[in-house]
Write a protein that binds this ligand. Structure first.
Ligand code: NDP
Length: 245
């Protein structure tokens, strides 16, 4: 997929929401989508980070984005419903949703898992995704062509020792992707998952503290698969598990 070259105006007139848009891969994706013409809705926890991404997009002359500050850990179903109403009022419809925000939890032996951490990881990585997707599907149904993209991991496709609740949450994400892809097969919405692969971010550094980050791709170097899946060149792709590297 790395050889894919996105047209400059690939995402023109599309509105795309990115979760975790303030940092790491989500930040790079938001900027890449905006660069290719999309109006991006930046959702995340730390407002300062979202504002910095907003400024970067504005200064580059890309379409003016929107910011939704939201902590996925505490948000209720009503928050998501209200957000969907606001998006529909402001934009009419939604062409893209990138579920990117996640937390790593604690790596270690299964027997040492603490339920507090398990609950947090499942809340942010799975339950928030369910609620956000549920609220936004009707707004996505209003577009002519929409892409719903989940972020997985290599441990969401093959379990691995000591990856605990994070691996479990990513398998749940893949299951959600497959169920939705099947359910929405004959609609305007395609549903897929992407595994970014080892990428130079804060999460990766937490998981592999001894690794030299300079050996890894930076988030903006893995964007071609993200662009492909968000743009209409991937219109026929549904229910697939793709790799960005
Ligand atoms: P980062 O930790 O760098 O960024 C995660 C983003 O998610 C941040 O913007 C963070 O916001 C946001 N976020 C975390 N918790 C919440 C919350 N409760 N509410 C709202 N936003 C939240 O991670 P990466 O960029 O590395 O990861 C992006 C995705 O890619 C994740 O789904 C991850 O699992 C996946 N992935 C990453 C790999 C890698 O090598 N980097 C490999 C495989 C998969 P804030 O900064 O404000 O906390």
């Amino acid at each position: 997929m790395l050889e894919y070259q996105a047209a400059k105006d690939l995402l023109k007139d599309k509105t795309i929401l990115v979760t975790g848009a303030g940092d790491g891969i989500g930040k790079a994706a938001a900027i890449a989508f905006a660069k290719h013409g999309a109006t991006v809705i930046l959702l995340g926890k730390t407002v300062k980070k979202l504002e910095a991404v907003y400024d970067q997009i504005e200064q580059a002359g890309y379409p003016t984005p929107a910011i939704i500050p939201l902590d996925l850990k505490g948000a209720t179903e009503q928050h998501y419903k209200d957000m969907a109403d606001t998006i529909e009022e402001q934009f009419g419809q939604l062409e893209g949703l990138l579920h990117n925000a996640s937390v790593l939890g604690v790596l270690g032996p299964f027997e040492h898992m603490t339920m507090n951490t398990v609950e947090e990881v499942m809340q942010v990585n799975v339950i928030a995704e369910i609620m956000l997707t549920k609220a936004l599907l009707p707004v996505m149904r209003k577009s002519t062509s929409a892409s719903l993209l989940f972020t997985s991991s290599s441990v969401g496709r093959q379990g691995r020792a000591y990856w605990g609740e994070y691996a479990i949450s990513k398998f749940a994400t893949e299951g959600m992707m497959q169920s939705l892809a099947d359910e929405y097969e004959d609609t305007n919405i395609r549903v897929n998952s992407i595994n970014p692969g080892a990428t130079r971010t804060g999460m990766r550094a937490n998981a592999f503290p001894a690794e030299n980050p300079q050996t890894l791709k930076a988030p903006d170097e893995i964007m071609s698969t993200y662009l492909y899946l968000m743009g209409d060149d991937s219109k026929e792709i549904n229910g697939q598990q793709l790799n960005a590297q």
